[in-house]
Design a protein around this ligand. Structure first.
Ligand code: ATP
Length: 363
């Protein structure tokens, strides 16, 4: 049984006289058998973190432990990891079978044992019928399965993925996601999966670590980071279409707590004093597009001009122009947007409020 423990880990790069802090004191534990996804925008430090865990780079501060082994200083060859990148790099002159068996050959396993393990992995990955082909004869998705197979035959202690699906089209990605989940579950080791794709993170992970500018904003289950975001950044990054933000003000009084966004007023449901320090102060308001209602404009909502609809079958993403800029709302499949003027009503029950300076959620 092995878990991965990243403790107060930093990686600072020197660029001439400048220091670039790629990773800034992160703490993250991946339990044995747990699938944790590191997600965040380009340049936030995901790959640097993964490279340090792999042993391809060294942290400038903190430690990495695999079980009770401190591996911080160990080179990649001594860490017993499987690593899967976006670039697959199969050997073109070898069959799929030999590509998958190659690492085992280098490790000195007998031919019989090598092929036995390859057959087992191929069956799990549903590529048994591809084993005698050359890699050039395979589709991108099949090649990625072979690369995955090449990793799993070695029965690694820790599985690391860096954007392995970013070259695949949407359908291949959807097909491959459950395969990756099933295969890694079967192996039962800790998995660290890096992606900038929040949908991939939401659908595959036991827990998601949302990274921003070198630090971790929140670590939690997919539902938790979606419904209970700790910061404005997480609320804006997780979920599609993204949370819509407004600058508002909190007003207390006998009539209960209200939220004012310019001249628009929304009564907030009972709060437990979280907003006491914010009375008459500015606040950032985040509302998901699913929690914005559209009416005929006569009920005091935010006046909105309909711009366009993106029908997606079960739902439609409708875009409106307002005094606060463009707002996207998830409407029903029957929404036509026939008239130009509408009113947008925010559902205060689902509004998330953030401190405008720190970005930390307050209610
Ligand atoms: P992407 O999704 O684009 O790959 P990322 O989240 O993986 O981004 P990193 O590649 O870890 O981000 O980079 C984090 C920061 O560290 C960036 O500002 C990057 O420019 C910087 N960085 C990474 N490697 C080096 C290096 N070898 N030398 C200097 N700066 C680096």
């Amino acid at each position: 049984m092995v878990d991965v423990r990243i403790r107060d880990m930093s990686r600072v790069f020197q660029d001439g006289d400048d220091e670039i802090t790629a990773v800034d004191g992160i703490d993250l534990t991946i339990e044995d058998g747990e699938f944790v996804t590191l997600v965040g925008p380009s340049g936030c430090g995901k790959t640097t973190t993964l490279r340090c865990v792999a042993g391809l780079d060294k942290p400038t501060g903190g430690t990495i432990e695999f079980g009770d082994r401190d591996v911080t200083e160990l080179p990649v060859q001594q860490r017993d990891i499987a690593l899967l990148f976006q670039d697959i790099a199969l050997y073109p002159h070898m069959s799929v079978r030999d590509n998958m068996a190659y690492g085992l050959k280098i490790a000195g396993l007998s031919k019989e044992e090598r092929y036995r393990r390859v057959e087992e992995a191929a069956s799990l990955l549903q590529i048994t019928d591809q084993l005698d082909k050359s890699p050039a004869a395979l589709s991108g998705g099949q090649q990625q399965r072979v690369a995955l197979g090449r990793s799993i035959v070695r029965d690694p202690t820790v599985f690391l993925f860096d954007e392995p699906m970013s070259d695949l089209d949407a359908k291949l990605k959807r097909d491959l996601r459950p395969v990756v989940q099933q295969v890694t579950r079967e192996i039962g080791c800790p998995v660290l999966y890096v992606t900038h794709d929040q949908e991939e993170a939401m659908t595959m992970s036991d827990r998601i670590a949302v990274m921003n500018d070198g630090h971790l904003e929140q670590v939690g289950g997919p539902k938790e980071v979606y419904t209970d975001p700790a910061t404005e950044f997480v609320s804006g990054f997780i979920g599609q279409p993204t949370t819509q933000f407004f600058d508002g003000r909190v007003r207390g009084g006998d009539g209960g707590t209200h939220l004012e966004i310019e001249e628009y007023d929304f009564a907030l449901p009972g709060t437990n004093g979280e907003l006491d320090g914010y009375a008459s102060e500015s606040i950032r308001v985040g509302v998901r597009p699913q929690n914005i209602g559209v009416d005929d404009g006569s009920k005091g909502g935010i006046p909105a001009e309909h711009v366009l609809d993106e029908p997606l079958g079960d739902e439609t993403h409708s875009f409106f122009e307002t005094e606060f800029g463009e707002i996207v709302v998830v409407t029903g499949p029957d929404f036509e947007g026939g008239q130009r003027e509408y009113g947008l009503v925010l559902d205060p029950e689902h509004a998330k409020l953030f401190d405008p300076d720190s970005g930390v959620r307050v209610a």
